[in-house]
Design a protein around this ligand. Structure first.
Ligand SMILES: Nc1ncnc2c1ncn2[C@@H]1O[C@H](COP(=O)(O)OP(=O)(O)OP(=O)(O)O)[C@@H](O)[C@H]1O
Ligand SMILES: [Mg+2]
Length: 455
């Protein structure tokens, strides 16, 4: 009995889910006429910035802009990253969206420009249109036997649709494929003629009454109609980067999963650009410019910025969105200062969106949404106190208090976070202001002081 209980406890612990800082953002919360709703899709206030972001999303969707760059600038915690995430959500899965933090460029085992090039090419989609020949039908019979010499397997496959049936000879490769997919009579399958790939679409509905032992996942479908051999139009979108990787390594396709990519040769990229241009000419492919989001962009250095200038002029450039919370500051790798730490020649190309600090009402709403997102019940007066804290310190700090306060509440077996829980965690975890005050008070006792310049 005690054993059983233990298992129950363990299960409970593993059920805790990690919730990301922006998990409540489901879009930009904008209506059809591009007007931001006050609270929608997890987004609150910040109306101007959201409206501007919505306009950009609209232009991207209509294919009107490419090679443009946008900067979201504003104080820490004013929703810059949140707005970028909202843009990604409202663009949908068809438009490639790559998000990186500028500092990642320096921590990869490749040069900065290679890392940036890869990020750019990840953000450009190639929509490939293909007409493939397929064989589709219900398996009536499948016979596999060794040939008379015993060395090779031979087989026959009978397929049917509601209007016809056909018998196929099977080669060794196809037999392997069918065995691997565990295809048997009664399955409805599709064979791609060019690649020989076999897909099981489901099980024939006529088999439903056979009282077969079947797993829960079995999908019963109707026997297909018409011809067994058909042509089918298919489109799929891959990024330029994926094409680069597939073509640059001996292991080809699998390199994508191995994660070990390394640097890609310039010649490979040139060939691929040429190939894609040819496909475009022949009507086989379209370019889908996506979005590259570089967060904390002031962390880039002067070389990276000059790379960006060039890269934005490329025919196949994606839309570049950057965010920073810096004011006038030094451009990394130089001794000059510039607005946002970005060189003026790049700044000149940017559309700039500003975010502004939140009002008490906005903070209240955001905190409420976060409590719902984290499944935390909170008393009204506790939420009011948390809002006050958010206003005095920072939105982020008050968001962080939600989780810890709910743990404190749970410890005293309460179902709702109360004012006392908020007070408790406010005392346990200091915000920046209090931390600075503490540091100033006890400065002399800390180990490292600012060194006084030598005389
Ligand atoms: N308008 C908003 N609606 C809903 N949630 C928001 C909004 N703005 C910010 N948030 C949430 O508040 C937190 C802080 O915002 P965010 O991280 O986007 O700030 P930031 O401007 O990127 O700050 P930093 O300059 O420090 O990177 C996040 O959890 C974010 O999801
Ligand atoms: Mg941010």
């Amino acid at each position: 009995m005690s054993n059983l209980q233990k298992i129950g406890e363990v299960k409970d612990i593993t059920r805790i889910e990690r919730i990301g800082a922006h998990s409540h953002i489901r879009g930009l919360g904008i209506d059809d006429s591009l007007e931001p709703r006050e609270v929608s899709q997890g987004m609150v206030g910040q109306i101007n910035a959201r409206k501007a972001a919505g306009l950009i999303v609209q232009m991207i969707k209509e294919g009107k802009i490419a090679g443009r760059a946008v900067l979201i600038g504003g104080e820490p915690g004013t929703g810059k990253t949140a707005i970028a995430m909202g843009m990604a959500q409202s663009l949908g899965s068809e438009t490639p969206f790559t998000a990186i933090a500028a500092s990642e460029i320096f921590s990869l085992e490749m040069s900065k420009t290679e890392a940036l090039t890869q990020a750019f090419r990840r953000s450009i989609g190639v929509r490939i249109k293909e007409e493939t020949e397929i064989i589709e039908g219900e398996v009536v019979d499948i016979v596999i036997e060794r040939s008379t010499t015993g060395a090779q397997k031979v087989g026959k496959l009978t397929l049917k649709t509601t209007s016809m049936d056909a018998l196929y000879d099977l080669g060794a490769k196809m037999i392997d494929e069918l065995v691997k997919e565990k295809i048997s009579a009664g399955d409805i399958i599709r064979i791609d003629k060019a690649s020989g790939k076999v897909t099981r679409l489901g099980r024939s509905i006529s088999r439903l009454r056979d009282h077969e032992v079947s797993g829960a996942k079995v999908n019963f479908i109707e026997c297909p109609e018409g011809e067994i051999q058909k042509r089918k139009k298919q489109t799929h979108t891959v990024s330029l980067h994926e094409i680069d990787v597939i073509n640059s390594r001996a292991q080809g396709f699998f390199a994508l999963f191995a994660g070990d990519i390394g640097e890609i040769k310039a010649e490979v990229r040139e060939q691929i650009n040429q190939k894609v241009a040819d496909w475009k000419e022949e009507g086989k492919a379209e370019i889908v410019p996506g979005v590259l989001f570089i967060d904390e962009v002031h962390m880039l250095d002067i070389e990276c910025f000059s790379f960006l200038n060039r890269a934005l002029e490329d025919d196949m450039a994606p839309i570049l969105i950057m965010a920073t919370n810096r004011g006038i500051t030094t451009i990394r790798g130089t001794s000059y200062k510039a607005p946002h730490g970005i060189p003026v020649d790049l700044l000149d190309r940017l559309l700039i969106i500003n975010t502004s600090p939140y009002t008490e009402k906005d903070i209240h709403k955001i905190l409420k949404i976060r409590c719902e997102e984290e499944d935390v019940d909170i008393a009204d007066d506790a939420l009011t106190l948390l809002t006050k804290i958010g206003l005095e310190t920072s939105l982020r700090y008050s968001i962080h208090l939600i989780t810890s306060a709910s743990l404190v509440a749970a410890k005293r077996k309460a179902t709702e976070v109360s004012v006392s829980d908020i007070k408790r965690v406010y005392d346990l975890f200091v915000d920046v202001k209090r931390s600075v005050k503490y540091l100033q008070e006890y400065q002399d006792e800390f180990l490292y002081e600012t060194p006084t310049p030598a005389k």
